[in-house]
Design a protein around this ligand. Sequence first.
Ligand code: IDP
Length: 140
Amino acid sequence: MSIERTFSIVKPDAIKRQLFGQIEATIESKGLKIIAGKFLQLSQEQAEGFYAEHEGREFYAPLVEYMTSGPVFVQILEGENAITAYRELMGTTNPETAAEGTIRKLFAVSMRENSVHGSDSQESATREIEYFFQPSEICA
Ligand code: IDP
């Protein structure tokens, strides 16, 4: 067991449907601590850069359009094995295959509008945290 940090986004579909509080409560109930967070309206450039690894895929342009369609909440979560623990709590990308009790099973609308993001590795977590946060914004 090790204490890790992971990066999470509550995506536009969830903010629009006022599911922010329920999602944060689910995260806290799993023992993950929210050590930084802010609401943002992503620019086209921010969304493209964040999802640059998917450039060229057929879902890239609609994904960027969706991620800029309304406010998001970006946050840093800390806890034991936080990267894997939060990926498990989110559920699979496609909500139809997500396990019972996961955030995506509970709240997601579709494969694109799937309510939350979570880093998939230590390298991604470091990159994504640095993409959105200054060290001074982290309250650990
Ligand atoms: P993840 O968010 O579960 O890690 P990724 O494969 O990294 O999934 O994809 C990033 C995001 O792109 C997904 O969360 C989802 O919003 C969107 N996405 C991925 N694959 C598809 C697809 O086939 N159709 C529509 N949207 C997709």
